[in-house]
Design a protein around this ligand. Structure first.
Ligand SMILES: [Zn+2]
Length: 444
């Protein structure tokens, strides 16, 4: 398929990889960036009026659950990547929590066929660390990299066996691929369903102490130091967890880390029904009933006091990237369940951009910072030549309106599973056009 030519007219081009933040035209030809600046009329190019809009390299999400194969009632490659495109993402990495798990060459080959058939954006697999994600036997790391794995994770299930983690990190040093860890001491987390603290005690819900996460972050950072391997700490939620990563990086440990929008703007008060976006001076949503299963996520929403140190860690480079942990679940596993029995996870692909834009409006970060954390840095960690609008680069581009107001409803979302506590709230900021290799993948 030949890609059409595009002229994105007079948008604010935010391209930090090339030091650019200015109003300009962007010309796209044959799927690549052809020119940026003042471009006159171009025969045959579709003109898109980007006046008042931001034009940026397409967003890249390192942490997405597409659920296929095996859990198509929650999400499919088709619906999940449609949600990605609607959220401004042009590349996503899919986690191995599938059935079967992404743990063998055969399963990755099958996934690649499905992606080729159904995906609206580029998809790269994160393979499992252990067979069946069961924590007992390591996968063949090199063979899985050969068929496209860009990282390894037993996400959702911490690899409890330190010897297997040591072996995985040793392999990562040679393969130049990250071991992406979900940090949770399962014994300590027990039956916990939310952050352990005053609110969990008041609601009578079993809690997960912050230490359950921090203990494993500390262990895995030590093992990364021991092996020289590449540890990527997923979804850090506490100030102390961030401090552990910061100190390890300063000591020369090869660590990278991510934070999720929901841990920056939501706290455990949300489980009690509060709908105030933390750190953001914007109207709160209406108070919601307590123990809404859509506020249940793992790792859990932590204290409001943790959100500021997380933002600080994002700004000082402790956290390299923002990812969504898009975790769709079908209605019976969420609204159909009591809080304690409900599945962990939030739908996130279509909500990351407006959530992060709220922090831009509150002046914690600039639009360029946002693009660095959601595009430039993920491209770098994934070893992909993306996250840039340089002339000649593949035209993965998002055009978004930072001010558009919209109310989050299931009908407004492309995901199959709108399990988010933002339902019913008015957000600001939305993608208007998403191009992958110059091909239109979403248009509002
Ligand atoms: Zn996880």
């Amino acid at each position: 398929m030949t890609a059409p030519a595009w002229l994105l007219r007079a948008g604010r081009v935010v391209d930090p990889a090339n030091g650019r933040d200015e109003v300009a035209d962007v010309l796209i030809r044959e799927g690549r960036i052809a020119a940026i600046g003042s471009v006159g009329a171009v025969a045959g190019a579709e003109v898109f009026d980007a006046d008042g809009l931001l034009v940026a390299p397409g967003l890249i999400d390192m942490h997405v659950h597409l659920r296929e194969p095996g859990y198509e009632a929650k999400e499919t490659i088709a619906t999940g990547t449609a949600a990605a495109a609607a959220g401004g993402f042009t590349t996503v990495c899919c986690m191995p929590n599938t059935r079967p798990a992404l743990d063998s060459v055969e399963v990755l080959r099958d996934l690649s066929e499905r992606v080729g058939r159904d995906a609206r954006v580029e998809v790269h697999p994160i393979a499992a660390i252990t067979k069946g994600r069961e924590g007992r036997e390591a996968v063949d790391f090199a063979a899985l990299v050969e068929v496209g794995a860009v990282g390894f994770s037993d996400d959702g299930d911490t690899t409890q066996d330190s010897a297997i983690m040591r072996a995985a990190l040793s392999a990562s040093a040679e393969l130049d691929r990250p071991i992406m860890v979900h940090c949770e001491d399962k014994a300590l987390a027990g039956d916990g369903a939310m952050h352990e603290g005053d609110i969990s005690r008041r609601l009578g819900i079993a809690g997960i102490p912050a230490e359950a996460e921090e203990i494993i972050i500390a262990r895995d950072l030590m093992l990364a130091g021991l092996t020289g391997g590449w540890l990527h700490v997923c979804h850090v939620t506490t100030g102390r967890g961030a401090e552990l990563v910061r100190r390890a990086k300063a000591e020369g440990v090869r660590a990278t880390a991510e934070v999720m929008p929901h841990h920056l703007v939501m706290s455990d008060d949300w489980v009690a029904g509060d709908r105030t976006l933390r750190n953001v001076d914007e109207p709160a949503g209406p108070y919601a009933p307590a123990a809404d299963p859509n506020t249940k996520v793992n790792p859990p929403l932590r204290l409001a006091a943790d959100t500021r140190p997380l933002i600080a860690a994002l700004l000082d480079g402790t956290f390299d990237v923002v990812a969504t942990d898009h975790a769709p679940h079908a209605a019976p596993e969420k609204q159909g369940s009591a809080f304690e029995a409900a599945a962990f996870g939030m739908s996130g692909l279509e909500l990351a951009l407006p959530s992060m834009l709220a922090l831009v409006r509150a002046e914690y970060l600039t639009a360029s910072d946002l693009v660095v954390k959601l595009s430039v840095n993920p491209a770098r960690l994934l070893r992909l030549p993306l996250g840039t609008l340089a002339v000649g680069a593949r035209a993965d581009v998002v055009v978004f309106d930072p001010e558009e107001r919209w109310v989050v409803t299931p009908e407004q979302l492309r995901t199959k599973s709108p399990n988010t506590p933002l339902l019913g709230m008015e957000l600001r900021g939305r993608a208007r056009l998403t191009l992958v290799g110059g091909q239109e993948r979403y248009r509002a």
